[in-house]
Design a protein around this ligand. Sequence first.
Ligand code: ADP
Ligand code: MG
Length: 210
Amino acid sequence: MPALLELDHVGLSYHTLAGEIPALSQISFSIQEGEFVSLVGPSGCGKSTFIRILAGLENADSGSVCLNGISTDERIPPNKRNIALVYQEPVLWNHMPVWKNIAYGMAKKDKKVIYELMDALEIGGLEKRFPEEISGGQAKRVALARALAADKGILLLDEPLSNIDEKTKLKNLEYLVQNYKDRKTILYVTHSKMEADFLGCRQIRMDVKE
Ligand code: ADP
Ligand code: MG
């Protein structure tokens, strides 16, 4: 069976006025359908760049990326990739209350599902607030709840629980493992070895480029 995600020597440099900034070089690995994998590496090693390539928001300069055996060079548009993405900086619709933000990608807007997710992620009671009325850590969990509610096959989570207190973070990690391991294909990006170890899944290590 081909891997769900297959990366072969993927590289990308940012071209800026100050010169070339190498962000990723020679990244190769594959992820099977249903695997929960963490991508661990220090700040600046290219994790977010890599997630953006997988989501179709950035194109690699070299190497190949295949999704379900199809090269993304064939320009699989982001909305056809069956991916839900949580950005490192949460991106919410400011004109929508929290519950509508979570409902945004749901085929059927089921309030029971929304409230259950909110309780599980410890953001229950915030449903009528607007994004500017919640904290940064709460906004991250609203973004995570929206990705989970969208019920896509692949979840790309870019530091979804950074800047959240340790106790809440551990509860949220436990919830993810108990409810989504073996059900979804998840790539969980973190700079924290502790978080990756807690997840207890396969770890892919990345290092900063020279
Ligand atoms: P990480 O998510 O692992 O912290 P990033 O993918 O955000 O790393 O960044 C990888 C490298 O690319 C860093 O050196 C960073 O400074 C650089 N970089 C990231 N985004 C841009 C950009 N839009 N333009 C130029 N350089 C960037
Ligand atoms: Mg990042």
